[in-house]
Ligand binder design. Structure first.
Ligand SMILES: [Fe+2]
Ligand SMILES: [Fe+2]
Length: 273
């Protein structure tokens, strides 16, 4: 049974006096992305409720979600929101976040989850791969010292979440015997979703309060989103992401290694487009 939360780092110990405003404000697209991430992370209590309901009767999973996963995700949200208050002092984060949540709560529902519990665990591995890769990309990209430290901490937490969800996936797989094709289906479904919905909603609400001109017509909105997604793709740790995504398929070692390199090259090539 997991023990009560003892986070590996605490926001209160981050030294914001090292914040370098010039370096932070040198990349407005990156700040839009961080602000969007701060919204999604701060909405984690909603997601936790959905998952806790989904795993009704599994006390170990439920208590890990409530006592470890949720406090860590909410700390990510608080840390990034605090960062944004330094980067954009006039930005009304609370009101922008409230607007975001009004929309997010209508799409973040239990119907979105995989009906088989083991498949949802595999799908969670996709989400944690996405966040671990995103924060590692920002960590490598930024020259701003506070953001570098924050994203280093957050990235480690996300890799830890992946390990937990993967372990629970294995336990459920022993009972449910979903098999490789169903797991692949769940991985692909979640891969499609994370790109399309949450990110676009969050960015639209960031723009509404920071760059209303981006939302003024659909083409400008799409271009602004594409610019930001391309920034992430160019810096994505492709090898790490492919390795984490392939893991729940539990392929024979020779096939796994055979696929790892071409898939990494393919994702690097796609990232350059
Ligand atoms: Fe997170
Ligand atoms: Fe996470």
């Amino acid at each position: 049974m997991p023990q009560p939360a003892t986070p590996s780092w605490q926001l209160e110990n981050i030294d914001f006096s090292r914040f370098d405003a010039d370096k932070a404000r040198a990349d407005e697209d990156l700040l839009c992305l961080i602000c969007a991430s701060s919204f999604i992370e701060s909405g984690s209590d909603l997601y936790t409720r959905n998952l806790v309901t989904h795993y009704q009767g599994d006390e170990e999973v439920q208590s890990w979600l409530r006592e470890h996963w949720e406090p860590e995700e909410l700390q990510h949200g608080r840390a990034l929101a605090t960062y944004m208050c330094h980067a954009w002092p006039g930005f009304d984060w609370d009101r922008a976040f409230a607007d975001f949540m009004d929309e997010y709560r209508t799409v973040c529902t239990t119907e979105q989850l995989e009906s088989r519990r083991g498949l949802e665990m595999a799908a969670r591995c996709v989400v944690e791969t996405g966040t671990a890769s995103l924060y590692r990309a920002i960590h490598e990209l930024t020259q701003e010292p506070v953001l570098k430290e924050l994203t280093g901490n957050i990235k480690r937490d996300e890799v830890g979440h992946y390990s937990h969800f993967y372990r629970y996936f294995l336990t459920y797989e022993d009972r449910e015997h979903n098999g490789r094709w169903r797991v692949l289906g769940a991985l692909l479904r979640r891969l499609r979703e994370i790109r399309n919905e949450d990110g676009d909603i969050a960015l639209r609400h960031v723009f509404a309060w920071r760059h209303p001109e981006y939302n003024a017509d659909p083409q400008t909105f799409r271009q602004a989103c594409e610019r930001i997604y391309a920034l992430v793709r160019r810096n994505l740790p492709a090898e790490m992401a492919v390795k984490m995504l392939l893991k729940p398929l539990r392929l024979p070692p020779r096939l796994h290694h055979g696929l790892q390199t071409p898939l990494t090259r393919l994702s690097e090539r796609l990232a350059l487009r």
